[in-house]
Design a protein around this ligand. Structure first.
Ligand code: UGA
Length: 436
């Protein structure tokens, strides 16, 4: 059992803290956001993540997990410290490391144990861990021997707890063998393959993994667009491709492109790092370009169908960047809603979890509905932008009953063509034949 402190209690930090407490460590979570700390102290997660609240409450009650906004209290007994603060994109496109540097300084000023390991969970450009070490060493107020480990995060929002206990691998990078093996010991109870490597390679693994997954998505989206032209069905194609283990079945789901707080930021971040290193990343540039185009593919289909969208009543189902989260950061659905209003359409949107979050971005530009029924009633067309189960389970006859004339532009291929063909619905999806 170790005394562990998590600096930064966003998605990555809180999930890390709660799951490390769950496997028996004594965990203190520290954040500068006092409001969030107060919520978490009361057993409330500031964001939605399946299974998180139960584990949070359980470990709070057991006394394994503490929350504080006081850096002294958070760090005085810490043997292992995880940095999980945000690394947003700076105005010039580079990765903004100001929160990382601030966290490193706070750590340096408050640690007291003789030996401390600082583990970076945040996604940081190659070389940042060395910078973290430098900042810590120059700001130390006590005599502490600090070693640095990179332990990049591979969790998906919406299944972060599940992923913690059943991910494919844990990557531990360090130039200090002893520190790496202590962190390996900590993670062993998760029962997941652990790969130990050097510091710089661990940092690169994180960026290149996200870049590769984003590449799969843009690739399959381009093939989907071609399928539409030649009459093939992308789901059959992706399935047939995925049966080859060298390709794999995952991340071949065609749609309206990738969003969220990771892929868009990390693809841009890797390109920026390459530029700084004097290299271009041509494939990744294309991945981003394809993703931008794919975002508006549904809208272009609607424009083709209707001529223009001025004064058309449109329902958007889904605002979160993916299901099982209320996160709307870089959500394609939000961009679609915004663009549709620019075209003069009258948009009403529904999302099971992300209405409040979307309102903060879109404000009065659109209307918000509290159910699918309310959103689609009397509309000219429906856009499906997030693959929530609630949409998949929605009885198709209700589109017939509630819409003027049922027309669906499905950006997530939520329904099988066989299902749809039993109803009088005009149905446009991604990479599959059009049904009328
Ligand atoms: C992603 C990675 O999957 C995680 O491994 C990583 O840890 C995380 O980023 C991160 O860097 O923190 P996440 O952004 O939560 O996780 O969500 P994903 O499930 O990967 O989806 C990202 C986007 O790609 C979504 O917009 C999703 O709709 C889209 N997507 C995903 C597709 O369009 N097709 C697919 O086949 C898969």
């Amino acid at each position: 059992m170790k005394n562990i402190t998590i600096v930064g209690t966003g998605h990555v930090g809180l999930v890390t803290g709660v799951t490390l407490a769950e496997i028996g460590h004594q965990v203190v979570c520290y954040d500068i956001n006092e409001n969030d700390i107060a919520l978490m102290k009361a057993g409330i997660s500031p964001f939605y993540e399946p299974e998180l609240t139960d584990l949070l409450k359980k470990n709070l009650n057991k006394g394994q997990l503490f929350f504080t906004g006081d850096p002294k209290l958070a760090l005085v007994d810490a043997e292992i410290i995880y940095i999980a603060v945000g690394t947003p994109t700076a105005e010039n496109g580079s990765v903004d490391l100001s929160y990382i540097k601030e966290a490193a300084k706070t750590i340096a000023e408050n640690i007291t144990k003789q030996e401390v390991i600082v583990v970076t969970k945040s996604t940081v450009p190659v070389g940042t861990n060395k910078l973290i070490q430098q900042v810590i060493v120059t700001n130390l107020t006590n005599e502490v021997n600090v070693n640095i480990v990179s332990n990049p995060e591979f969790l998906r929002e919406g299944s972060a707890i599940y992923d913690t206990f059943s991910a494919d691998r844990i990557v531990i990078g360090s130039d200090c063998e002893k520190a790496a093996s202590i962190i390996e010991e900590i993670h062993r109870p998760f029962g997941i393959t652990i790969f130990i490597t050097d510091l710089l390679s661990a940092e690169m693994i994180k960026y290149s993994s996200n870049a590769f997954l984003a590449t799969k998505i843009s690739f399959i989206n381009e093939i989907a667009n071609l399928c539409e032209k030649v009459g093939a069905n992308i789901e059959e194609v992706a399935h047939g491709m995925g049966l080859d283990f060298r390709i794999g079945t995952q991340f071949l789901k065609a749609g309206i492109g990738f969003g969220g707080s990771c892929f868009p930021k990390d693809t841009r971040g890797l390109i920026q790092q390459a530029t700084e290193a004097g290299q271009s990343l041509e494939i990744l540039e294309a991945v981003i370009k394809v993703n931008k185009q794919q975002k508006y593919s549904l809208m272009n289909k609607a424009k083709q169908r209707f001529g223009n969208l001025k004064d058309k009543k449109i329902a958007i189902l889904g605002l979160a960047f993916k299901p099982n989260t209320n996160d709307v950061r870089e959500s394609i659905a939000i961009d679609i809603a915004s663009e549709l209003t620019m075209q003069g359409a009258l948009v009403t949107a529904y999302d099971p979890l992300a209405l409040e979050e979307a309102k903060q971005i879109l404000g009065e530009k659109i209307q918000y509905a509290l159910s699918i029924e309310e959103a689609i009633t009397n509309t000219d067309m429906v856009f499906i932008a997030t693959d929530w189960d609630e949409f998949k389970d929605f009885p198709l006859e209700k589109y017939e009953m509630l819409m003027k004339h049922p027309i669906i532009f499905d950006g997530k291929n939520s329904y099988s063509l066989d299902e749809i063909s039993e109803y009088n619905i005009e149905y446009y999806s991604v990479g599959r034949p059009f049904l009328n």
